[in-house]
Design a protein around this ligand. Structure first.
Ligand code: NAP
Length: 248
């Protein structure tokens, strides 16, 4: 059976590294992005140049209509999904909780939490053995922030990742009998543009001394763990939260 994967936020950073590795492992790759079409096209080009098959879908994962439309388009144009990586996520500029507006909180929770729930819902409808699906595997991209709490930086972001951890635990049990595994990776500090978008591009260098391995991680190191969790090598693993954080 053809292995088909959707990676939300697959145009940059950890998502792009995951898309490139998935293609090398023989997946037909669908990447989702919100606005940066150029970055999405660059990932598609690299996969196609390597002989792989890849497609890009623009959709804001926090918007239910756009998510439903994206999954229907994939059904029509690519085929049945066997894997989902809930990777799209945002961080707003560093602030103490006492400064946070409701607008900011709604935005971060809508993207990081509601987006992951909606995509998981649509994937499960298609994968579930109860719906005559062939099963599948989901990996949620959480963060070490869920355990550390991100004080003085972004407690809101950390709390969204706490929600993702809980969702992973609950959902893995709900769908275990439907031939679907659900796991999460919890990256520590990884070299991507997300830190610049949150106002501190050099954050990985600033925090490296607090990391037992004394370095930030590369997106490919997270991608390796995601692809392993998706694979049959992890066939008896579900509901796991796997830290990829240099010992933090
Ligand atoms: P990134 O480089 O900023 O990439 C984020 C990706 O998500 C982009 O492709 C972006 O697309 C997409 N995206 C953002 N909002 C979206 C939305 N509403 N709908 C669809 N796509 C959306 O981030 P990253 O560092 O690779 O992070 C990826 C995941 O890893 C996130 O969940 C993040 O929380 C998690 N993580 C990162 C780190 C780290 O240190 N980098 C650590 C722990 C966890 P557009 O550019 O088109 O908006």
């Amino acid at each position: 059976m053809k292995k088909t994967i959707l990676i939300t936020g697959g145009s940059e950073g950890i998502g792009a590294a995951t898309a490139l590795l998935a293609a090398r492992q023989g997946y037909v790759v669908c990447i989702n992005y919100r606005q940066n079409q150029e970055a999405a096209q660059a990932v598609l080009s690299r996969i196609r140049e390597g002989g792989g098959e890849a497609y890009a879908y623009q959709a804001d994962v926090s918007d239910e209509e756009q998510v439903v439309r994206m999954f229907s388009s994939i059904d029509r144009e690519v085929g049945t999904l066997t894997a989902l990586v809930n990777n799209a996520g945002i961080i707003e500029p560093q602030q103490r909780l006492v400064q946070m507006s409701a607008e900011r909180l709604h935005k971060v929770f809508a993207t990081n939490v509601v987006g992951s729930f909606l995509c998981a819902r649509e994937a499960i409808k298609r994968m579930s053995a109860k719906n005559h699906g062939s099963g599948g595997s989901i990996v949620n991209v959480s963060s070490m922030a869920s355990r550390l709490g991100s004080p003085f930086e972004y407690i809101d972001y950390a709390a969204t990742k706490g929600a993702i951890d809980s969702m992973t635990l609950g959902l893995s049990k709900e769908v275990a009998e439907e031939n679907i595994r659900v796991n999460a990776v919890r990256p520590g500090t990884i070299y991507t543009d997300i830190h610049g978008k949150a106002g501190e591009p050099n954050r990985p260098e600033r925090v490296r001394e607090a990391i037992p391995m004394k370095r930030a991680g590369q997106p490919e190191e997270v991608a390796n763990t995601i692809l392993w969790l998706l694979s049959d090598e992890a066939s008896y693993i579900t509901g796991a939260l796997v830290d990829v954080a240099g010992g933090r």
